[in-house]
Design a protein around this ligand. Structure first.
Ligand SMILES: O=C(O)CCC(=O)C(=O)O
Ligand SMILES: [Fe+2]
Length: 220
């Protein structure tokens, strides 16, 4: 991504980015089991600024109801998902730092796992109380170039009775693999096509960043 290359060259980053060691632990988890959860991959200060920015943009009306499906057959469907989102475009230094983090992850995964990832995309998401996202796979009817999903959570002191967990399932036998609470600073990563997942009903507003590392867009 040329945007990230520009940022890297400008040296304008105030916040330390995760070390090479962390990137490799992530690649290792993906190679061994296809998914992983990391609690201190991203500096808390950056997570706090992301949360602050997300709330600000939301208050200003910058979020839209999330869509399902490909561009040509998008539908808003309350019975499947109820979250609001806003794509990152690098408009602030906070976003630039996060996009640079994703770019580093992209490069490490290409080097270590040869995934051929060419692009990153990320959006803020908020699930208001009583929202959820039913079980799904992150591809659009098998035509998606999304290969790796990364979710970063922005909710301090999440309590067990507040719901909102990410339920991760085995794509083969359908069994539950993990229930992951959306705790501040936590990062989940998994191979997009291999793990059906859902966001369980949340009882408290649930803030996050949902991101995908993709191969090139395919016309087929
Ligand atoms: O927020 C999460 O835990 C997962 C979100 C998700 O599955 C998606 O946006 O596709
Ligand atoms: Fe998803």
């Amino acid at each position: 991504m040329s945007l990230n290359q520009d940022i890297a060259q400008s040296g304008a980053l105030a916040c330390a980015l995760p070390s090479q060691e962390w990137h490799e632990r992530m690649a290792d988890a993906l190679a061994r089991q296809g998914w992983g959860v990391f609690d201190d991959l991203i500096p808390l200060e950056l997570s706090a600024r992301l949360r602050q920015e997300a709330e600000f943009i939301y208050t200003e009306g910058g979020f839209s109801p999330a869509h399902i499906g490909r561009a040509e057959d998008r539908q808003l469907n309350d019975s499947v998902r109820r979250d609001w989102s806003c794509w990152l475009d690098g408009r602030s230094e906070t976003q630039q730092q996060f996009l640079l983090f994703l770019e580093n992850v992209r490069q490490v995964l290409n080097r270590t796992l040869f995934l051929g990832l060419q692009e990153v995309e990320a959006h803020y998401a908020v699930y208001e109380a009583q929202a959820y996202y039913r079980r799904h796979v992150d591809n659009f009817r098998g035509r998606s170039p999304r290969k790796v999903t990364l979710v970063h959570y922005l909710n301090p002191n999440w309590l067990p009775d507040e719901g909102g967990e990410l339920g991760l399932y085995d794509g083969g036998n359908g069994g539950l693999i993990a229930d992951i609470a959306p705790e501040m600073g936590r990062t989940v990563i998994f191979l997009s096509e291999d793990f059906p997942h859902e966001v369980r009903l949340t009882h408290r507003p649930r803030w996050s960043l949902a991101c995908w590392l993709r191969t090139n867009s395919s016309p087929f």
